[in-house]
Write a protein that binds this ligand. Structure first.
Ligand SMILES: [Fe+2]
Ligand SMILES: [Fe+2]
Length: 172
């Protein structure tokens, strides 16, 4: 059974994951209209992943005797000055999500809710991967700078970028 405090904190995270999905969907659209199919495909799949993160929380809350609340979402940015700015936003957003997960883990310990604490470890590992992925992409974008040819190759290859982290090695 979830305490009211944990239920509220999990519901807040449900909104964060739903907003993440919307943010990346907006990025996918911007990349698509700018003609970068690879970047668009990458962002569409990030958006799908965030929806899965949200659903996993929804089911957990409902299974543990709580009620997952589906709420209104903040509208995401729909345009960007550059791809660099877009990927900086993605990186900063993932850092924000990690902080949000850490805060949730902290509350689960305060509430002595070890089932929720255990459930959240998947998110802790996931955030290590997502931050590493965002950082790798940002490094590449910084290397490309304003080079059009570089951006073309980056767009072609982005969906193949995989990041192996210590967390992913122990997770699977
Ligand atoms: Fe997420
Ligand atoms: Fe994420």
């Amino acid at each position: 059974m979830l305490s009211k405090k944990i239920e509220k904190a999990l519901n807040d995270q449900i909104r964060v994951e739903a907003e993440s999905s919307q943010i990346y969907l907006a990025m996918a659209c911007w990349a698509e209209v700018k003609g970068l199919e690879g970047v668009a495909g990458f962002m569409y799949s990030q958006s799908d992943e965030e929806r899965e993160h949200m659903l996993k929380l929804v089911k957990f809350v409902n299974e543990r005797g709580g009620h997952a609340h589906i709420s209104e979402l903040k509208a995401p940015n729909v345009t960007f000055k550059s791809f660099k700015e877009m990927f900086e936003t993605l990186f900063e957003h993932e850092v924000f999500v990690s902080e949000s997960i850490n805060n949730l883990v902290h509350i689960s310990l305060e509430e002595k809710d070890y089932a929720t604490h255990n459930f959240l470890q998947w998110y802790v590992a996931e955030q290590i991967e997502e931050e590493a992925m965002a950082r790798t992409i940002l490094d590449k974008i910084n290397m490309i700078g304003n080079d059009k040819g570089g951006l073309y190759l980056f767009d072609r290859d982005i969906e193949q970028i995989t990041v192996s982290t210590a967390a992913s090695d122990t997770l699977e």
